[in-house]
Design a binder for this molecule. Structure first.
Ligand code: FEO
Length: 400
């Protein structure tokens, strides 16, 4: 495969993965994902990150075509997670004289993952490196998404090699830059990527955005997704990351329910109907046993209201709901209105267990939890309707 020159002296040597079902063995990839790597050809040649090991053959053929016989001088490791560092050990065997640029945390991981301890150039925050016509500047942005994470800014071209920051799920179907494709395809996948992968690290993302706010960015080269070159798209991408990392939302309600035989599902439907009757237009219902939790998390990042409900199972929470709540708790999501309901046949535990989750979530609990024994009756229907009305009232008067 040949590399593609995407900008003067800058080649795209990344790859698309449309084979893997689950990113990190957790998150579905219905539209695939790209592992982006870039090669700068200057007096010194510089590679920015590598790709997942399964795609190393394609990656090396692109890299060799871009180098066209030149030596490879530097590898900048903006992020050590193996979707980007996977081909690093192989790269070092093919280019043994390469100097690897990273920070002190990178060095520790290079040794641990790949046993690499030589030819390292350890940089500190703000340090610069002249490669010929280009000057690179390194900025540490720890915990976006790992502690060693950094970005590299090409001062000469105003290009930001941003690592996972500003990345998205979705393979690159032909076009690489935003001028060669339809950006609309990526916005929802960007929210899913952010909420699933980086969602826990809102505060570090805020620090990174503040730190980078002083630099003029003409191009964003992230490690996943399109290369952003249009002013309008760059603003949109940065604004989206800014909004998500502040846990800001749109008015709307996600209803996530578990149900074994349809009774608890009827409660969810009743709540949704009443929300609609109260004028709420953005309502998303997810069956926790069917919808990928990845999508539910994405929608919880979008909307300010969340209502969950499930049956009691083995005197505990319905397992799929327990799994979802644990994933939500791990993300430290702030500022949500939260309502809940549950059911049981002989001894209730669902509502009690969701109440315990609500306690630790820090969210504002709305309405009275609706609890149903065995099947819907007038009492449980009235409780579901009252819960929906309380949520609708909050959403309509939302100031968050
Ligand atoms: Fe794309 Fe945190 O790795």
């Amino acid at each position: 495969m040949k590399a593609i020159e995407i900008k003067k002296d800058l080649f795209y040597v990344g790859v698309n993965d449309r084979t893997k079902h689950l990113f990190e063995n957790l998150w579905p990839l219905p539209q695939g994902v790209s592992y982006n790597s870039y090669l700068l050809i200057d007096e010194k040649t510089v590679l920015f990150d590598t790709v997942e090991i399964g795609y190393s053959d394609v990656f090396f053929s692109k890299l060799e075509s871009a180098l066209n016989g030149k030596a490879l001088d530097y590898l900048v490791v903006n992020h050590m997670e193996p979707d980007h560092s996977g081909s690093l050990a192989l790269l070092k065997t093919k280019y043994p004289n390469i100097e690897i640029i990273g920070n002190a945390r990178t060095a520790e991981m290079l040794a641990g993952y790949y046993g690499i301890t030589d030819n390292l150039k350890i940089i500190t925050d703000g340090e610069e490196l002249k490669t010929g016509k280009h000057t690179l500047q390194f900025h540490l942005i720890p915990m976006v998404h790992w502690p060693e994470t950094m970005v590299t800014y090409d001062i000469t071209e105003k290009t930001l090699f941003s690592g996972d920051a500003f990345g998205t799920f979705g393979a690159l179907d032909g076009g690489i830059t935003d001028t060669q494709l339809r950006p609309e395809r990526y916005w929802d996948e960007m929210i899913r990527y952010y909420s699933n992968i980086v969602g826990k690290y809102g505060s570090p993302v805020q620090k990174a955005i503040a730190k980078l706010s002083g630099i003029e960015i003409a191009t964003i080269c992230a490690t996943h997704g399109p290369m952003w070159t249009e002013k309008e798209n760059i603003s949109k991408v940065v604004a989206l990351y800014d909004k998500l990392s502040k846990y800001e939302t749109e008015p709307g309600v996600v209803i996530a329910y578990g149900s074994m035989y349809g009774h608890t599902e009827q409660m969810a439907e009743t709540i949704a109907s009443e929300l609609a009757a109260q004028g709420i237009r953005d309502i998303v219902i997810h069956n926790v046993s069917v919808s990928p939790h990845s999508n539910i998390i994405r929608d919880v990042f979008k909307y300010n209201g969340l209502i969950v409900g499930c049956p009691t199972y083995n005197n505990q929470l319905y397992p799929e709901m327990e799994a979802l709540l644990s994933k939500l708790a791990a993300r430290g999501i702030k500022n949500r209105y939260f309502g809940y309901f549950g059911s049981f046949t002989w001894a209730g535990a669902a509502v009690k267990n969701i109440a315990a989750f609500a306690e630790t979530s820090g969210w504002e609990v709305v309405g009275v939890p609706a609890e149903m024994k065995q099947a819907m009756n007038q009492q449980s229907r009235d409780a579901a309707v009252a819960l929906a009305q309380a949520m609708a009232e909050k959403i309509k008067s939302d100031k968050k």
